[in-house]
Design a protein around this ligand. Structure first.
Ligand SMILES: Nc1ncnc2c1ncn2[C@@H]1O[C@H](COP(=O)(O)OP(=O)(O)OP(=O)(O)O)[C@@H](O)[C@H]1O
Ligand SMILES: [Mg+2]
Length: 320
């Protein structure tokens, strides 16, 4: 069993890549669990299924018959399950709710909340199949963004401040053992822009500093340049052949008045500069010396076909 944690700056495609990775890992007949912990039902939305209850549901079948199950982990449910398991407190939920204990544990004490969430991930990841062996071959966690990931996974120190002994402490210890073991890797998703790349650089440093293992860097939504390679340098420097643009417009049956031609030349310069900036960001990422995989921008990233394409790319590139 392997636990793949997927983080990255907000909006870079964590949920999409986590789903693609889960499909890739399931290919060929394996059982994979895809989980989220932020109570946003992002997985259900992506796979177009009703909101996920607090129980695993099959959301996709991978190539070769493997299956992807999904679970939205909710801190309140995780706490109730936990109380039942460790203290045999059945139906204690409503009473605890009245006392405000649930709110305390799930919103006021963030360290406790995180250990409940990661504890549930661990429970699913290590669960045994009837008759022996792990139930899941891999677990993919659509995790909080880079800014919070090290703290989220570093439940040990968080909980140490709350309790020195008891089952919560023990739970935190075994969660930490799994998270720091060779079974867990933290992948970071980025796009080729300054801020997300900087967050990736900082995120890796922070993971290493907290004894967590950075995995791959996934460069998402990569687009090919729209202009030929040999023109990029000149265009970026502001030198664009306007006659050529005018001829192109004419050939396409469009009017090539000077204003349009100049505006298009400006677009070309902007585009060429962006291409060069993206290449710089790619260099910054390659200096990190982590396995790096590129995923192109695809128009159907919210469809199963798009997720399957991402899975195929990751597989072909050797990530799984
Ligand atoms: N490879 C891709 N090609 C095209 N669109 C993509 C790709 N990856 C993600 N997207 C789109 O980008 C948007 C953000 O993706 P996603 O929701 O996966 O990001 P996120 O990092 O999980 O966001 P959040 O931080 O809000 O959780 C979505 O509209 C998604 O469909
Ligand atoms: Mg998301």
């Amino acid at each position: 069993m392997k636990l793949h944690v997927v983080s990255g700056k907000g909006g870079t495609g964590k949920t999409t890549i986590a789903a693609g990775l889960a499909l890739a890992l399931a290919a060929g007949g394996r059982q994979v669990l895809l989980t989220e912990v932020e109570a946003r039902q992002g997985i259900a939305q992506l796979f177009d299924t009703p909101p996920l209850p607090y129980e695993e549901r099959r959301v996709a079948v991978a190539r070769g018959g493997g299956e992807v199950y999904a679970l939205a982990i909710d801190p309140e449910q995780a706490l109730l399950e936990y109380l039942e398991q460790f203290y045999n407190l059945r139906r204690a939920g409503s009473m605890l709710k009245k006392l405000g204990a649930i709110d305390f544990a799930t919103t006021i004490a963030p360290g406790l909340r995180d250990v409940l969430l990661t504890g549930k991930v661990m429970e699913a990841a290590t669960r045994e199949r009837r008759g022996g062996g792990r139930l899941y071959d891999a677990v993919v966690l659509d995790a909080p963004p880079t800014g919070r990931i090290a703290k989220f996974l570093n439940v040990n120190t968080e909980v140490a401040a709350l309790t020195r002994m008891g089952p919560v402490r023990n739970q935190a210890n075994s969660v930490m053992t799994l998270l720091r073991s060779a079974k867990t890797v933290v992948h970071l998703v980025t796009v080729l822009e300054e801020m997300p790349v900087q967050e990736t650089v900082d995120g890796i440093a922070e993971l290493v500093a907290t004894d967590l293992k950075p995995g791959a860097v996934i460069v998402n939504m990569v687009r090919d340049p729209l202009i030929p390679e040999e023109r990029i340098g000149d265009a970026a420097a502001g030198s664009v052949d306007t006659d050529d643009i005018a001829r192109g417009l004419k050939a396409a049956g469009l009017e090539g008045d000077p204003m349009t031609v100049n505006a298009l030349a400006g677009e070309m310069t902007d585009h060429a500069r962006r291409v060069l900036l993206e290449r710089q960001e790619l260099e910054t990422l390659s200096a990190l010396a982590r396995p790096t995989y590129q995923v192109p921008y695809i128009s159907d990233a919210t469809e199963l076909s798009g997720l399957q394409e991402i899975a195929d790319r990751l597989q072909a590139a050797g990530m799984v």
